[in-house]
Design a protein around this ligand. Structure first.
Ligand code: ATP
Ligand code: MG
Length: 542
């Protein structure tokens, strides 16, 4: 039976998120409440979203774009980015998204590897794009969202092109297999890979938005992720809008006060953020939270990194809310494993599989591990939002499928009640004195100490133990490093966990390196410790 979202076999994401909402009578409903970094608010209805994305589809079509061409957005979060994304998809143009703080090398890697034909950007970002343009022979069109035509620099004015573009567009019938979104992974562990998705992914993105995030038409959903990574597209755009659910989008960055104000004043009902943001909130003075009343808020969800139990109990105490952890990857396109309303949270666990998703814990030979024994976290193909390939690297894509399963590259364990527990990325697991230790377990124990603001834990070669546990620790400003504190930290971890997870070495630092989606870059810490070149750090947040 056809999925209820898919009418007349039309899988097109752009169509489903806009035109279909209008056809179903939600045209005048709020689609997006836009709040810019100055606090200015603009409301867009689904009709607005439909018209503006139609215009963008026509704009691209007028330039000669068509099915299968690759187009990128290189913009800060702003309404035009959403219009461009949905418009490109309507035309069956593959849309890639890039963080606006990417530097020249990161741009060159992605635009060069994908052979992108066009890009939309902002005047202030041109200084990063223009110097590399000669090295991008396929890049024919650079559209500047706030600029004029410039024949010398070969720049096109968005305003002029848009004025020439019709607001009417008939989205071509699009099959589930038609390529849709292109994401270069955040590169926590190496060179970014171009993960290509298909329009059929919308089926699972909408299902999880409804079944996990529990969204309804009465909600105002806020996903803090940038569309530069998968959460920002799967859940900042596609999942909610495919269901006709209104979203708040905010153009500014992290600011505890502003965020709390937005949650309260805009009456956000469901909030999706990341452990790194929640850990930052934990570091703030509690007076910020004392005066806010989050009475409209129904649920908080988290994604991107393991959610420390300490964060969950902080949110219960200070925000008066549970935080539900969700697990997925760029490659999976949608949430695969999650805690969710109706399922009892086990702090520290990722939760249970989404209905229809079949995870398995396998050893390296493909044998299923018993419950309680850790191994490779794998998923049974195919699920609707499974990636189609790594662009220009079909070999690497095929390597991910072994023994009849997709290998996620993460290590996990399943308990006897069916909950999955994240241990670490395979590359990050520490093998010390015959024990396998996940860095997350040590980091969570460290974070319980009031002195510690951030931590990143790695394994480093050791003659006796094979690997030793090295903890990088950033203290709250009111504390200073000392041998006594070092001892206290070691004792705390040994008492809390066990002596096997006790760090052998503590290194005090000002902050722990993170990438743009907020993940701790243990690869960079390891290189720093060993005095090696950290490799590709284009996604690092400086
Ligand atoms: P690369 O593959 O290039 O190294 P990346 O894996 O960081 O980049 P993403 O696809 O954005 O890029 O991240 C997915 C990974 O993030 C997962 O494989 C997992 O390691 C981690 N992750 C995501 N959500 C969770 C979660 N809830 N708990 C633990 N880890 C998570
Ligand atoms: Mg990955």
């Amino acid at each position: 039976m056809a999925h209820p979202l898919i009418r007349n076999n039309q899988h097109n994401i752009g169509h489903i998120c806009t035109t279909q909402q209008c056809l179903e009578g939600r045209g005048a409903n709020l689609a997006m409440r836009w709040v810019d970094s100055q606090g200015t608010r603009i409301d867009y209805s689904f009709e607005d979203l439909d018209r503006e994305s139609n215009r963008f589809a026509n704009l691209l079509s007028n330039l000669g774009f068509g099915s299968g061409d690759i187009f990128f957005t290189f913009l800060p979060k702003m309404p035009e980015q959403f219009f461009a994304f949905l418009g490109a998809l309507k035309l069956q143009v593959i849309c890639g998204t890039m963080f606006s703080n990417f530097g020249e090398e990161a741009l060159l890697d992605r635009l060069g590897d994908s052979g992108a034909k066009g890009i939309i950007t902002k005047t202030s970002l041109l200084k990063k794009l223009l110097p590399i343009r000669k090295r991008l022979p396929d890049l024919q069109y650079v559209i500047v969202v706030d600029g004029d035509d410039d024949p010398d620099l070969e720049l096109l004015s968005y305003r002029r092109l848009l004025a020439e573009a019709s607001p009417d567009f008939l989205t071509p019938l699009t099959q589930a297999d038609t390529p849709s979104v292109l994401h270069y992974t955040s590169g926590s562990t190496g060179k970014p890979k171009g993960v290509l998705h298909r329009h059929g992914s919308v089926v699972l993105q909408s299902l999880t938005a409804r079944e996990v995030l529990s969204l309804t038409h009465e909600d105002l959903f806020w996903c803090t992720a940038d569309p530069g990574w998968v959460t920002g597209t799967s859940y900042g755009i596609i999942g909610p809008w495919s269901l006709g659910v209104p979203q708040l989008h905010y153009g500014g960055g992290y600011d505890a006060k502003v965020w709390m104000q937005l949650l309260e004043q805009e009456k956000v009902t469901v909030w999706y953020s990341a452990p790194t943001a929640l850990r930052m909130l934990m570091r703030e003075d509690t007076s910020i939270f004392a005066s806010v009343k989050l009475s409209s808020l129904r649920h908080i969800f988290s994604v991107g990194e393991p959610l420390n139990p300490e964060v969950i109990s902080w949110a219960q105490k200070v925000l008066n809310h549970e935080v539900y952890d969700t697990w997925f990857q760029t490659e999976t396109g949608a949430i695969m494993i999650s805690n969710r309303p109706g399922l009892k949270i086990r702090p520290g666990s990722m939760g249970k599989p989404v209905p229809g998703i079949q995870p398995a814990i396998l050893d390296d030979t493909g044998k299923h591990q018993e419950t309680g024994i850790q191994g490779n976290l794998c998923l049974k193909p195919d699920w609707p939002s499974m990636f189609v390939t790594y662009l220009n690297n079909e070999k690497k894509y095929q390597e991910r499928f072994q023994h009849g399963f997709y290998h996620t590259g993460d290590t996990a364990v399943q308990d006897s009640d069916g909950y999955y527990w994240f241990m670490g990325r395979n590359d990050d697991i520490i093998n010390t004195a015959g024990h396998l230790v996940g860095p997350f377990e040590v980091e969570s124990a460290l974070l319980e100490m009031e002195e510690i603001a951030e931590s990143g834990v790695i394994g480093a070669p050791d003659e006796l133990m094979f690997e030793k546990i090295v903890a990088f620790v950033a203290l709250h400003p009111r504390y200073t490093p000392s041998p006594e504190l070092e001892l206290k930290i070691k004792l705390h971890v040994a008492n809390k966990g066990s002596s096997t997870i006790c760090p052998h070495e503590i290194i005090f630092c000002d902050s722990v390196p993170k990438n743009k989606s907020g993940k701790i870059m243990r690869r960079v810490l390891r290189a720093k410790y060993l005095g090696q070149d950290p490799g590709d750090i284009s996604t690092m947040d400086f």
